[in-house]
Design a protein around this ligand. Structure first.
Ligand SMILES: [Zn+2]
Length: 287
């Protein structure tokens, strides 16, 4: 292979913030139908593995950790879910246009009762109904969600009237009134999303993503009731309760994720439960 087929791209690790140049195949970026290409960087500039989003000018737009928290499995795969109304073409369009990072932002917002606006480019008009169908399918019978999918033009005209605290466009966070998306941890959602966009991508992985959301909803509901009815709470008590109740193992970060939902979605005072999380993280680090 000659050098002309490769181009160097300046990238930055999301974990240690180290910069560096890597060589990537030119055609991988140029052939891509939609705007950004996703490449996986495995210990090339530092000791970490991460995803980098590269645009057509060979500039890194964003990078994302691949680390994720394992989620507990509590629901048996039910055959009741109807997903036949998704055809292969629609699933391919989601795969091609909806970036993992964007889906991360959307799931996090919707599971925490934050209304989100998803802005599409004019040429992506056809995606509107597909995304709606996709999100309605994912959240049906679980979280009540509030979102709006709008085209670029519509957005610039209605900016002021839109009562949405969070707005994203592709991987860009255009608006985030409370700094919600900038301050949270995505490790659990990342696990959901990696199950969805894996090598077997299709109806099966779509179903897997829906199950994760179902599980999270069910666990968050129980966590909420437990928090409301328990005195002298601490994180360990919450974890012990869930493990016993559902016969599962719960990662500390997954518990933190559930407490976030209890706080934001159910509006329940969670007191110093977060402090415990910080303490446990510290304990883990100092071991
Ligand atoms: Zn690094």
């Amino acid at each position: 292979m000659t050098n002309e087929n490769r181009k160097s791209v300046f990238i930055q690790c999301p974990t240690c913030l180290k910069n560096g140049k890597i060589e990537i195949p030119r055609d991988k970026i140029e052939k891509k139908a939609s705007g950004l290409s996703l490449i996986i960087v495995k210990k090339l500039i530092c000791e970490h593995v991460f995803l980098a989003y590269i645009d057509k000018n060979f500039t890194m737009r964003e990078s994302e950790e691949v680390y994720f928290v394992p989620s507990p499995q509590i629901i048996e795969k039910s055959k009741k879910i109807k997903e036949e109304f998704f055809d292969k073409n629609e699933l391919d369009l989601i795969n091609l246009n909806l970036y993992p990072l964007t889906l991360n932002y959307i799931l996090k917002s919707l599971m925490n009762a934050k209304a989100i606006g998803i802005v599409l480019e004019e040429r992506q008009d056809f995606l509107k109904t597909i995304y709606e169908k996709f999100l309605n399918f994912l959240f049906n019978n679980t979280f009540n969600t509030q979102y709006q999918i709008i085209l670029d033009q519509e957005y610039s005209e209605a900016k002021e009237e839109l009562n949405l605290p969070i707005i994203v466009k592709n991987i860009e966070i255009i608006k985030d009134n409370e700094n919600f998306l900038t301050d949270v941890e995505f490790a659990v959602e990342r696990g959901f999303i990696q199950k969805f966009y894996n090598d077997e991508y299709g109806l099966e992985t779509l179903r897997a993503l829906k199950f994760e959301i179902n599980n999270a909803f069910l666990l968050a509901q129980s966590t909420k009731e437990f928090i409301e009815n328990t005195k002298k709470l601490n994180l360990n008590k919450v974890i012990k309760f869930l493990e016993k109740e559902f016969n599962i193992n719960i990662d500390v970060k997954y518990a933190e994720f559930l407490i976030g939902i209890v706080k934001n979605y159910y509006n329940v005072e969670v007191g110093n439960l977060y402090k415990n999380v910080e303490f446990m993280k510290f304990k883990k680090l100092s071991k």
